[in-house]
Design a protein around this ligand. Sequence first.
Ligand SMILES: [Zn+2]
Length: 123
Amino acid sequence: MDMTACNVCGKIFGASSGSVCPSCRKLLNIVYDKARAYLRDHPKERVNAVDLAERIGEDERLVEILMLEGRFENRGEDAEESDDDKKRKQLLQDLQKNLASMPQKQHETGTYGSDRHGARREK
Ligand SMILES: [Zn+2]
C-alpha cells in the first residue's frame, strides 16, 4: 500500500483515500457541508478559501484543501446534488418547457402539426 503524509495534519497513512487521512477526511466532510451550505445561500458571492473559512468559522487550511480537490466546482450540477435539488431543477425545467410551448401552441393552428402526426401514425 502506498503511504503518504496527510495534507492536513501531516500524519503518515495508507494513501487509499487521497491525500488526507481518514480522521481529517471526516473533518473535511463536515467543513465541506458547512461551506456548501454557505455557498448555496450566497450563490453570487465570490469568496476565496480564507474568506469562506472565516464566514463558516473553520480552519482556512481545510477549506483550501477542499478547494484544491475541486469540491466546489460545478456546484449544484453533478453527483453532489441532493434529491431535493434535482426535484427543484426538474420542476423548473418543466415550467420552462410549458412556458416555451404555450405561445407556440396558440400560433400553430393545427395544419402543420396534425399533418405531420397523421403521416407518421400511418406508417
Ligand atoms: Zn490528517
